[in-house]
Design a protein. Structure first.
Length: 89
């Protein structure tokens, strides 16, 4: 919804969040990913305004079912996003 299928911050809600959704395929972000494995998921979980994503979704009438996250889910999400980002140019 926000980063888009290519992780470039081009999804339908990319410009509706504040701050706007970043492009995760930039050289700077790729370097952060190499320097700090797990940065994608941890930055989402630990960000100071941890309500940014749920708030953006709520304000744009996107309803997601409740989900009980497990550690494996976070690892899988991080692996998935890392794969997309690594393949981008």
């Amino acid at each position: 919804m926000c980063h888009g299928s290519d992780a470039r911050g081009t999804g339908p809600l990319a410009e509706k969040s504040s701050p706007p959704t970043p492009d995760l395929t930039t050289p700077e972000f790729k370097q952060r990913l190499r320097d700090y494995p797990g940065v994608i998921v941890s930055s989402i979980i630990l960000r100071p305004n941890g309500d940014l994503i749920p708030k953006t979704l709520r304000e744009n009438a996107v309803n997601l079912p409740a989900f009980q996250w497990k550690v494996k889910d976070f690892r899988d999400l991080n692996d998935y996003l890392t794969g997309i980002i690594s393949k981008s140019r």
